[in-house]
Design a protein around this ligand. Structure first.
Ligand code: ATP
Ligand code: MG
Length: 189
């Protein structure tokens, strides 16, 4: 006898529309926003789709696990920042970098050569006021129809959530840091 899985949720409306690019937001306080974005990048790459990952808060020279892995796949991550804000000595410089970084990411989204563009941790420069929200929303609205954009970071602005197709809120049910367990190589970095 065939086992037919039941629909997981009545919320899943029957798909009737055309295939098109999605705006996907990973937000919330729990762990997994960036790693889920990297998972999507990997899946898209597996389908032969051109992918570009930008990281707003990481330095261009960062050599975390994701940088090594994606480099080995021929799709290097581009770091646009200078580290976390509380580490950076000169916030004016961080803001300028973030704005320059946004211009670069925007050009990629608008060009349409990449089917998936990840804007990792973009909510932090948005929240700090380093990158204004309205141009980001305009870029998402005006982008070529086939381009998927994944945006990550805590505390996503409501207007971004409203503009998105899919929003996943990572809830911090538990985090090992809270129990004093330090960052683990390959898990945090
Ligand atoms: P990851 O990169 O592991 O997917 P993330 O993108 O969801 O994490 P960020 O807001 O980018 O999380 O935070 C980066 C760092 O903060 C990571 O080292 C992550 O493990 C840690 N972190 C994430 N969630 C929590 C939490 N609830 N409490 C403490 N630290 C956290
Ligand atoms: Mg992250």
């Amino acid at each position: 006898m065939d086992i037919v899985p039941a629909p997981t949720s009545a919320r899943h409306a029957k798909a009737v529309g055309q295939r098109r690019g999605l705006v996907i937001v990973h937000t919330g306080p729990g762990k997994g926003k960036s790693t889920a974005a990297f998972g999507l990048a990997l899946r898209a790459h597996g389908r032969g789709l051109p992918v570009q990952i930008y990281q707003f808060m990481k330095v261009p020279t960062a050599r975390f696990g994701e940088h090594r892995a994606f480099e080995a796949l021929g799709m290097p991550i581009i770091g646009l920042g200078d580290g976390f804000s509380w580490k950076s000595r000169d916030l004016t410089h961080s803001a300028e970098l973030a704005r320059g970084g946004w211009e670069r990411a925007e050009a990629t989204v608008r060009a349409g050569a990449h089917a998936l563009v990840v804007l990792d941790e973009i909510t932090y420069p948005l929240r700090y006021g380093w990158v204004p929200l309205q141009p980001v929303l305009a870029c998402l609205r005006e982008r070529p129809a086939h381009v998927h954009v994944v945006l990550t970071g805590r505390d996503a602005p409501q207007e971004l959530i409203d503009a998105a197709d899919t929003v996943t809120h990572m809830g911090a049910v538990k985090h090992h840091f809270d129990a004093g367990v330090p960052a683990q190589r390959g898990i945090e970095d």
